[in-house]
Ligand binder design. Structure first.
Ligand SMILES: [Ca+2]
Ligand SMILES: [Ca+2]
Length: 348
């Protein structure tokens, strides 16, 4: 397991639906922009000059991480550097590394915040209005750290090793990510999407992935129908919104082991490598007592059940990463993925 997270901004629009567990909190109002970044980034997070960013608590402490995302930048400006993302050691509340956009649209890597130590600046600028795929690989350590930043697969910062990538007093790891503008002042508007996060463990997805897209597929037909729709007879259409609609349409059950699963809209025609699949369900319980669900993947005659997750009375997102098709134990293929069914089970 090395794939940790993917975000294509295709399954939420309302900020509350983004910070219900996919992200954990927001500062300001970073907004999902549908279409505004152009046809090559149809859903993206728009970041402007205000303090506006998303915060994600990572599931563990990571000494090494690889982060990639598509970035499209607006016009240059004459202000200061604008953060794009930061990795944080939450245990000491210290910013370890910041990637920022300079007023001339170059990339700048900082130890700490943009008020910290400038590690390096890319020699060329990002082209205004063009989708660039920006990846970084970082090992966090006060003296044995390493960094490399690539744009469209080419190194623009580093690779460097044996350097400080953890600030004084912080651990040699990070456990949260901030995405967006964590500073104030003049800045170019920019859009980000197609984000992946990996660590360097396991045998796959443990290094730079290259220029990738994060596509979102939605339930499109019923398969297992163990749950009950709130209205009508179709199940999938109660849980197929691109912005989850809470109690307005849903499926429910009180039966232990009951399972709902769905066919889904196909992956894009030109899909090459599928690095990993992220299964996502938004759920809550509606009464006292403990309830747990698990995401379900059905492929051929095989079923893989995700981790059991306790529900709260408010909606939260439960996500699982799958790097291999349960039917083959090999990497997902387009045909395998398109034929697989995804759903949810009441586990406890
Ligand atoms: Ca619907
Ligand atoms: Ca719904």
């Amino acid at each position: 397991m090395a794939g940790l997270f993917a975000e294509g901004f295709g399954d939420w629009v309302t900020l509350a639906n983004g910070v219900n567990g996919k992200w954990n909190s927001a500062v300001g109002t970073p907004g999902v922009d549908l279409g505004g970044a152009g046809s090559d980034m149809p859903a993206a997070l728009k970041v402007d000059s205000a303090l506006n960013y998303l915060n994600k608590t990572l599931p563990a402490n990571y000494p090494t991480l690889i982060l990639g995302m598509a970035i499209k930048v607006g016009a240059p400006n004459s202000g200061g550097d604008t953060p794009i993302w930061q990795f944080i050691d939450d245990d000491t509340n210290k910013v370890q590394i910041t990637l920022a956009l300079t007023p001339a649209l170059r990339l700048a890597l900082y130890l700490g915040d943009i008020t910290g130590t400038l590690l390096a600046v890319s020699s060329s600028a990002l082209a205004q209005g063009a989708r660039a795929y920006v990846e970084a690989k970082l090992t966090f350590d006060p003296s044995a750290g390493a960094y490399e930043v690539r744009v469209n697969r080419t190194s623009v910062i580093g690779p460097a090793s044996g350097v400080a990538t953890a600030v004084a007093g912080a651990h040699s790891y990070v456990n949260s990510l901030r995405l967006g503008n964590t500073a104030t002042g003049t800045s170019p508007t920019y859009w980000v999407s197609d984000l992946y996060l990996c660590d360097n463990s396991g045998t796959a997805n443990n290094d730079f992935l290259g220029d990738v897209k994060v596509d979102t597929c939605f339930p499109s037909a019923d398969v297992d129908t163990g749950w009950t729709p709130d209205s009508g007879s179709a199940h999938f259409s109660r849980v197929d919104e691109s912005d989850p609609d809470g109690d307005a349409s849903y499926v429910s059950t009180a039966t232990l082991g009951a399972k709902d699963s769905y066919d889904h809209t196909p992956s894009p025609e030109n899909v090459g490598t599928i690095f990993f699949v992220q299964v996502s369900a938004v759920a809550r319980k509606d009464d006292a007592g403990a309830r747990a669900i698990q995401n379900v993947i059905e492929s051929g005659a095989f079923e893989h059940d995700g981790a059991q997750v306790q529900l709260d009375t408010s909606y939260a997102r439960n996500m699982d990463i799958s790097e291999t098709d349960p039917a083959t134990s090999a990497a997902w293929t387009k045909s395998g993925f398109d034929a697989a069914r995804f759903g949810v089970k009441l586990a406890a």
